[in-house]
Design a protein around this ligand. Structure first.
Ligand SMILES: [Zn+2]
Length: 585
């Protein structure tokens, strides 16, 4: 546990508005601030920061909490790491020995181990045993400077080359397994995960080696192999070469398909190329990219899978507001080949001329159907209308509609009518999808339990909420409130847990605000608490009103019709019986 004095000092030195402001563009609205939620995709802000309670709450996805919770979520940290990050910002030292920092130590150890492994792989490549791998890289046109800049290495055809080296350096099998550099053997011991591969270290924005990608040099096994997720690496949240590309002077980022593409594009003088790590683009990665640029150029292969990936990426970026252009590469299968054939100047022209996402889609459709025949035209138009309906800008829709109708010499009004109904259909479907997708958080799922109680006993759950909010804002009232109401009288289990935590602190004479509760409540309960504090009626509650709410809670087991009692669930009924028994005493 952290000493109370430290927490108080941290609270004093931490302003949630500033902490969140570094990640989210916040706009003042009255005494609060709003912005686009960093935890789910949205176009209108439902994410709100409340300076008076030092909390945040998203009405879209239900994420909520204090500054510590925010840091945990956005930087993927555990509680102590988040505290440490905030303390560092405030220029405070975290008290030694106050915490169990086992996981922090493990992460530091894995980073150390990865660095040692990267150095070893690189030395392998530069030594005699790396001759074959070097030849492969030279054949692919990479210079020595590029190999050194990216720290490219080589894992030989061996079961224990890396393992032996790391053991000599004092690392254990457990640590190597945690770093995903060895796999557990069938009988005993471990063996190297990367064998006979050219190795690309993956570096995070702070310069740490967090994972590796390996290109196979033989025909056996998968062409590319990537580290699995480890305590320091989440595949879905990182990008290859973003550590270089984040400092580019160029206006856009280029998203390539693989390591080799990125490396050759960089060598060609374009330091703005990145790649996903052996998986399709994820929404997290798209958001990460949106932190650094507002335009991304997709440069995937021109084969079938590459085109599918392009289409997928377009729709993911559409959500983040990043403008998408698609690089179509003539006379070459990928940027790597194009650069080699035609050089960087031509590539720059290609980049400038890369068409918008919509042009790309229309072009695809034109190729799919034979628009010279009536049937082909009808099929084309059907798909085209569906495509247009997906555009959010009416002007854009109008531009493409006119253009295509002119080219195909079809009646624009007829197509326009079809478009209108396609938009309506899409909207209806979208509303249903939104309702489903707006619950990506466990906080939401967990609060479903409260929602249920809320439906059954709205008046009572409201009283609970108000009472909790009252105590948080007027802790001085604890003396009399504690005489009047006990946690057992709370109806929703979630609210009871929150009330217990608040009561626990207040009865010891400690403060009970968001940050001090952050170490005690689960993430779900913390989100529920910020939801309570964010609800309109919880801002200014008088002692008089608090008394009324207590009265309401007390009446839960007395003012019941026989029908209500009949409808009670076992747990509630048990408490009802107990409360009647208690009253008789
Ligand atoms: Zn949200």
């Amino acid at each position: 546990m952290l000493p109370e004095s430290f927490l108080n000092e941290l609270k004093y030195n931490t302003d949630i508005e500033q902490v969140i402001g570094r990640y989210v563009q916040l706009r003042r609205r009255g005494k609060n601030l709003t912005g686009l939620c960093p935890f789910h995709s949205e176009k209108t802000p439902s994410f709100t920061v409340y300076p008076d309670t030092q909390s945040f709450y998203c009405f879209g996805c239900g994420a909520g909490g204090d500054a510590i919770t925010f840091m945990k979520k956005i930087e993927n940290l555990d509680y102590m790491e988040a505290v440490r990050a905030l303390a560092e910002r405030a220029g405070m030292a975290v008290p030694e020995g106050a915490v169990d920092d086992g996981s922090r130590r493990m992460k530091a150890r894995i980073l150390e181990l990865n660095r040692a492994a990267a150095r070893h792989f690189h030395q392998n490549l530069m030594s005699d045993m790396g001759r074959g791998a070097r030849k492969y890289l030279v054949d692919r046109g990479l210079t020595k400077a590029t190999v050194i800049r990216f720290g490219i290495g080589y894992a030989p055809e061996s079961w224990d080359d890396l393992r032996n080296h790391l053991r000599e350096k004092g690392f254990t099998d457990e640590e190597m397994t945690a770093a995903a550099l060895v796999n557990p053997g069938r009988k005993s011991g471990c063996y190297d995960a990367f064998r006979n591969r050219v190795i690309f270290p993956i570096i995070d924005l702070r310069g740490g080696v967090i994972a590796f990608g390996g290109r196979n040099l033989s025909d056996q096994g998968p062409k590319y192999l990537n580290s699995g997720d480890t305590p320091v690496f989440k595949k879905s949240r990182n990008l290859f070469a973003l550590n270089f590309a984040k400092d580019t002077k160029r206006p856009e980022l280029i998203l390539c398909e693989g390591y080799m593409d990125v490396v050759s594009v960089h060598q060609g003088g374009f330091d703005n190329a990145v790649a996903t790590l052996g998986t399709a683009l994820t929404p997290e990665q798209a958001r990460l990219i949106s932190n650094y640029t507002d335009t991304v150029v997709l440069s995937y292969d021109s084969d079938g899978p590459g085109q599918t990936a392009t289409r997928r990426a377009i729709s993911i970026f559409e959500e983040t507001g990043v403008k998408v252009r698609v690089l179509s590469i003539p006379d070459a299968k990928d940027p790597d080949e194009f650069l080699k054939k035609f050089g960087p100047e031509r590539f720059a022209l290609l980049l400038e001329g890369s068409s918008g996402a919509m042009d790309f889609e229309v072009e695809k459709l034109r190729k799919k159907y034979d628009t010279d025949t009536p049937e082909g035209r009808v099929s084309f138009l059907q798909d085209f209308v569906r495509l247009l309906a997906g555009l959010s800008s009416p002007i854009q829709r109008e531009v493409y509609l006119s253009k295509v109708c002119r080219e195909l010499e079809v009646d624009k009004q007829a197509v326009s009518n079809q478009l209108e109904s396609a938009i309506r259909r899409r909207k209806a479907g979208q509303d249903k999808r939104d309702a489903r997708e707006l619950r990506p958080f466990t906080a939401r799922q967990a609060s479903a339990r409260t929602d249920l109680e809320k439906q059954k006993y709205p008046r009572f759950v409201l009283a609970e909420e108000r009472l909790i909010a009252y105590l948080i804002r007027s802790p001085g009232a604890w003396d009399w409130v504690s005489q009047e109401v006990s946690p057992e009288q709370f109806i929703s289990p979630r609210d009871r847990e929150i009330y217990e935590a608040v009561a626990g602190r207040l009865s010891q004479g400690l403060t009970a605000d968001m940050m001090s509760l952050s170490g005690e409540l689960t993430e779900e309960n913390l989100a529920r608490l910020s939801e309570i504090l964010a609800s309109p009626g919880c801002g200014n509650i008088s002692a008089r009103e608090a008394e009324d709410y207590i009265g309401t809670l007390k009446s839960f087991y007395t003012q019941k019709t026989s029908e209500e009692v009949g409808n009670m669930e076992a747990e509630d009924f048990g408490r009802y019986i107990a409360s009647i028994a208690a009253k008789k005493k």
